[in-house]
Design a binder for this molecule. Structure first.
Ligand SMILES: [Zn+2]
Length: 120
């Protein structure tokens, strides 16, 4: 199902999930991002249930519950550039920039062509 990502990496996410819960089209795009970025992509969060989202104060209608969003670890400006550049080339239109991670999402029922932040 994925060239670069194994189920174990999804098991280690918060919350733990399975690669089978991800949208296949999304996974193809994530593989392309990995290919173009040329650096390891470490997943910190992937599929999340609507219940989990609501327990954490979120609406539950984001990319994650659809299996069409991941958060990837990112701690340096160089890697941030590589990942965001690759995501834009691949066609991701929903990107979030956190202090230590980047969100990549491609749910089609949510706003497109957006880059948001998680600044406090
Ligand atoms: Zn996210």
């Amino acid at each position: 199902m994925s060239k670069y990502f194994k189920d174990a990496e999804f098991r280690r996410c918060t919350p733990s999930c399975s690669i089978d819960q991800m949208d296949p089209g999304f996974m193809n795009k994530l593989d392309e991002v990995r290919e173009i970025a040329g650096i390891p992509i470490v997943l910190t969060s992937a599929w999340r249930s609507i219940i989990w989202e609501k327990m954490h104060g979120r609406s539950g209608d984001g990319d994650h519950p659809q299996g069409r969003g991941v958060d990837v670890k990112c701690n340096t400006s160089q890697n941030r550039y590589k990942i965001v550049r690759a995501a834009l080339i691949v066609g991701f239109r929903r990107i979030g920039i956190g202090k230590t991670f980047i969100h990549l999402g491609d749910a089609t029922n949510l706003p497109q062509d957006v880059i948001w932040d998680y600044y406090e």
